[in-house]
Unconditional design. Structure first.
Ligand SMILES: Nc1ncnc2c1ncn2[C@@H]1O[C@H](COP(=O)(O)OP(=O)(O)OP(=O)(O)O)[C@@H](O)[C@H]1O
Ligand SMILES: Nc1nc2c(c(=O)[nH]1)N[C@H]1C(S)=C(S)[C@@H](COP(=O)(O)O)O[C@H]1N2
Length: 195
């Protein structure tokens, strides 16, 4: 009954106005499909960089669609119209500062401009909400981390911590494909699985 529900929000003026094709939602969906062993349902939204619209969309996905996880992409930088973190904080019950800190740290392994992202992680009701940068490649980089040529993890992505966080919020028990990203939980929180 407690199916994992994930909200995806692509925040982009140009994609939402049809100036270019949105690559954010497909990149998010593709990564989740590869990473998750647990079945999930998606709610997908494409919105412009308007704070009120981003806030409304997050609230709709959390309060009416009962998403356990909401991932945004885009609008986290310093430009005037980059307001995704501001919208996310405005509707948050609690901030989870470790996610923002860790995402920037991970991204520094890929781009020196990682520091320009103001991305945050927050909790609203039952839902964990995470901001990812707008470059479609940043989605995989941030969620999965860095691997060496043999596929061994060099830097853990933040998704390693997401299943346990959602478990602590009384959400479903999420299992991942460890070849993509291994979910970390304390032993006492693990179910009888191969983790
Ligand atoms: N949804 C998207 N689809 C495809 N490419 C994107 C998308 N969002 C961002 N990008 C790419 O990543 C870059 C950085 O993303 P950012 O969120 O800063 O967008 P932006 O420059 O404010 O433009 P816009 O909001 O119009 O997408 C963009 O300039 C664009 O090249
Ligand atoms: N992993 C990762 N993080 C990244 C990037 C990236 O390409 N990969 N781009 C950086 C850049 S150039 C900017 S300006 C900020 C904010 O991007 P956004 O406005 O598209 O959200 O994210 C940064 N973080």
């Amino acid at each position: 009954m407690n199916t994992l529900r994930i909200g995806l929000i692509s925040v982009s003026d140009r994609a939402s106005n049809g100036i270019y094709q949105d690559l954010g939602l497909p990149a998010l969906e593709e990564w989740l499909t590869q990473a998750l062993d647990t079945p999930f349902e998606l709610e997908k939204r494409l919105v412009p960089d308007e704070q009120s619209m981003i806030e409304e969309t997050i609230c709709e996905l959390v309060d009416e669609r009962f998403c356990h996880l909401v991932l945004t992409t885009g609008g986290t930088g310093p430009a005037r119209r980059d307001v995704t973190p501001d919208a996310t904080l405005a509707v948050a019950d609690r901030e989870m500062p470790g996610f923002g800190e860790q995402m920037r740290q991970i991204s520094l392994n890929f781009v020196p401009t990682a520091i320009l992202s103001r991305q945050v992680g927050v909790i609203r009701k039952q839902s964990l909400i995470l901001n990812l940068p707008g470059q479609p490649k940043a989605i995989k980089e941030t969620l999965e981390g860095l691997k060496d040529e043999q596929g061994n993890t060099r830097v853990h992505g933040i998704f390693a911590s997401v299943p346990y966080c959602i478990q602590l919020l009384d959400g479903p028990y999420i299992e991942t494909h460890s070849s993509v990203v291994a979910a970390f939980r304390p032993k006492s929180a693990r179910r009888d699985t191969n983790n």
